[in-house]
Ligand binder design. Structure first.
Ligand SMILES: NC(=O)c1ccc[n+]([C@@H]2O[C@H](COP(=O)([O-])OP(=O)(O)OC[C@H]3O[C@@H](n4cnc5c(N)ncnc54)[C@H](OP(=O)(O)O)[C@@H]3O)[C@@H](O)[C@H]2O)c1
Length: 334
């Protein structure tokens, strides 16, 4: 069966903030099922900050997107036709795939979704952002009961789970987020002990007021000035889990680095990590977190935008802080 397809391609690399001129919407015919493969229809796309890095032509931990080729991200889809013995028509699958309505694939890198949760959860709280929170807080940050944990972008996909896991471990938690609505959510729904609205407060001053004894673990999602502020208020042997630098992703020039002297005087350690090197922790993560999501002990907020044609705008939302929760695109069929 011939299907009219639509895909979102990268056609120009952004310098600074991306805009619609960096993308094109390409119509084509979806190829037939490859021998031994399958065709799936995309249901949900994950929109993540790291996609901005892949729009640059620089060597990184993931290769750049190619000009004239579709953007790719995590997705959940439904199998429409299959010659692959592992999948049948109607199966829900997830993996990495193009921003397209339909995709023909050999199916090698797809997994079948367990039926218990809303499918989009496998892109957020139970997916890559959730695993990032788990690995970054416990393996990298070594957070323990009674310690003080600070997390930035605390209302977002990664940060919101960091707040809740740290609280449920018995830590004192400070969430940093932009604006009253997000701070209220972090305090009232995620149950952080304290919040700091970095858009309306002096972060260092507020941090010193909220937790005068200092910080044991800083889970850094943003870099820049907020990282500099938290570095000035560490406890001895603090750990900084360097997860993301979203304040710098659209920067045209490398910004000046923070002053590292506090790391020396506090005998602190700082460690970057990339979640894709920690997939072996996925089973432990799902075993620990999925039952708590099922029991309603962990809450997750998803910010869902409808329509494949709105996927670039969804990325702009994440990069400008307009998303409130895990940014997802619900892809409508043609
Ligand atoms: N190391 C890894 O393997 C790994 C894996 C996944 C994600 N990450 C990183 O984790 C971070 C969070 O990712 P996510 O998927 O959970 O996104 P998210 O938090 O759901 O969305 C991004 C949030 O970042 C905040 N932000 C944007 N610009 C900012 C700025 N200039 N200063 C401070 N905050 C800003 C915004 O929240 P506010 O409105 O509160 O500003 C925005 O909502 C990102 O840096 C991402 O690259 C790393």
């Amino acid at each position: 069966m011939i299907r009219d397809n639509l895909s979102v391609h990268l056609i120009a690399r952004p310098h600074g903030e991306p805009n619609l001129e960096n993308f094109s919407f390409v119509k084509s015919a979806c190829p037939p099922v490859p021998p031994g493969g399958l065709i799936y229809e995309t249901m949900f796309l994950s929109v993540d900050p790291y996609l901005r890095g892949r729009m640059n032509d620089v060597k990184s931990y993931v290769p750049p997107f190619q000009l004239g080729a579709p953007i790719e991200s995590g997705f959940v889809g439904k199998v429409l036709e299959s010659e692959n013995e592992k999948f049948k028509s109607g199966d829900l699958v997830f993996g990495m795939g193009p921003w397209s309505h339909f995709t023909a694939t050999d199916g090698k890198n797809l997994s079948r979704l367990p039926p218990e949760f809303p499918p989009s959860h496998w892109l957020g709280v139970l997916g890559m952002p959730g695993l990032t929170a788990f690995v970054g807080l416990f393996d990298i940050g070594q957070a323990k009961r009674d310690e003080t944990v600070v997390v930035s972008a605390a209302a977002g996909a990664v940060g919101s789970l960091v707040v809740q896991l740290a609280k449920q471990t018995g830590c004192k938690v400070v969430g940093i987020a932009g604006g009253k609505a997000k701070c209220d959510y972090v305090k009232n729904d995620l149950r952080a002990d304290f919040v700091i609205d970095y858009k309306n407060e002096n972060v260092l001053k507020s941090l010193v007021e909220r937790v005068p004894d200092g910080v044991d673990v800083y889970f850094d999602n943003v870099g820049g000035e907020i990282l500099s502020a938290v570095l000035s208020h560490l406890k001895d042997h603090a750990r900084i889990s360097l997860c993301g630098m979203i304040s710098e992703y659209n920067a045209k020039e490398p910004p000046p680095g923070p002053n590292l002297r506090p790391l020396l005087s506090k005998k602190a350690s700082i460690r970057g990590f990339i979640v894709s090197e920690h997939w072996e922790r996925r089973a432990a993560f799902v075993a620990e977190v999925a039952p708590r999501v099922m029991a309603g002990e962990i809450t997750c907020r998803e910010d869902v935008i409808n329509g494949l044609e709105n996927a670039p705008a969804a990325l702009f939302r994440v990069l400008s802080g307009k998303n409130f929760g895990k940014q997802i695109v619900k892809v409508d069929a043609l």
